[in-house]
Write a protein that binds this ligand. Structure first.
Ligand SMILES: Nc1nc2c(ncn2[C@@H]2O[C@H](COP(=O)(O)OP(=O)(O)O[C@H]3O[C@H](CO)[C@@H](O)[C@H](O)[C@@H]3O)[C@@H](O)[C@H]2O)c(=O)[nH]1
Ligand SMILES: [Mg+2]
Length: 265
């Protein structure tokens, strides 16, 4: 059976998560789903034993491989590398650390059959939104999400759990896509020539707690996000709307401050 589905996992120092992710993913896919699915880790030369872990799983019969990059680093560029190397026409991206439940992957693939893009969303009825996060992380997350509102109708464009049909990725020149930072889903949602109907499928999921390894989110990632937003606003609204752009940002900043004070007080 040929490979139609690819799961791409950016990974940096994730050795302890490689095996549980692989076994849980293929168990969730079942016999039929596993036959047409490949799993690709894109590792930035962690040298922590992830490669050996993947080789051992491959010997056990799992359709898994690992790409090791030595010339580049970064989540978004790792995802794009995996997408371009993938054989499948349906592509899913998920984190290595099990914060994205492998058990939801079959639902995301199903949704991709009828939608150009699919998002695992943390903002849906019945989903506990980041409830275990510290206050500062919740404030950063909701402010970042709010700032992306003018760019997409998606409920959770910050999600790193998403997928798309490969044909839409191939319609964009690689140089058009900003591969810095963490927010590759937002970048693709804003820039790819997606169809006007059946554009985005949304699958609610609860963002899990990382138990192995550490988060790589840093201040640099936040700065990269702000630069990316600026570029996307220009892409969507044009440089002529500069004044509108600054007015909009000022309103957002005031609103963010109001939200912050409401949370603190
Ligand atoms: N190859 C590679 N992978 C990376 C790099 N930096 C991070 N990763 C991988 O990217 C995944 C997400 O990294 P985390 O460090 O766990 O990120 P997070 O803080 O939990 O953020 C996640 O949640 C956000 C939602 O709040 C998402 O927006 C974000 O994309 C990510 O999924 C993990 O599998 C991690 O190993 C890198 O430089 N290179
Ligand atoms: Mg994480």
């Amino acid at each position: 059976m040929s490979i139609t589905n690819s799961v791409i996992v950016p990974a940096y120092h994730e050795k302890l998560n490689v095996k549980p992710l692989t076994t849980r993913l293929f168990a969730a896919l079942g016999n039929e789903g596993s036959k047409c699915t490949e799993l690709i880790f894109v590792d930035d030369n962690s040298q922590d034993g992830s490669v050996e872990e993947v080789e051992a799983l491959k010997k056990q019969g799992y359709n898994v491989k690992i790409i090791v990059r030595t010339d580049e680093r970064g989540l978004s560029s790792a995802v794009l590398k995996g997408f371009h190397e993938a054989q499948g026409e349906y592509l899913i991206c998920m984190d290595a650390d099990l914060q994205h439940p492998p058990e939801s992957v079959p639902q995301l693939f199903d949704s991709l059959k009828t939608h150009a893009f699919v998002l695992g969303t943390r903002y849906a009825p019945g989903v506990g939104i980041d409830k275990d996060w510290p206050l500062y992380r919740r404030v950063i997350s909701s402010t970042a999400r709010m700032m992306a509102r003018p760019l997409t109708t998606a409920s959770d464009p910050m999600s790193g759990f998403f997928g798309l049909q490969k044909k839409y990725l191939l319609q964009a020149a690689p140089s058009d896509i900003n591969s810095q930072g963490f927010k590759i889903a937002l970048e693709l949602l804003a820039k790819l020539p997606l169809p006007k109907t059946n554009t985005i499928g949304e699958i609610p999921f609860s963002f899990g707690v990382r138990t192995e390894g550490e988060s790589k989110l840093s201040g640099k990632v936040i700065i990269q996000y702000l630069q990316q937003l600026k570029e996307l606003y220009f892409f969507k609204y044009g440089a002529n709307n500069l004044i509108l752009f600054f007015v909009f940002w000022s309103i957002l900043a005031l609103y963010a401050l109001y939200k912050l004070l409401a949370l603190v007080c």
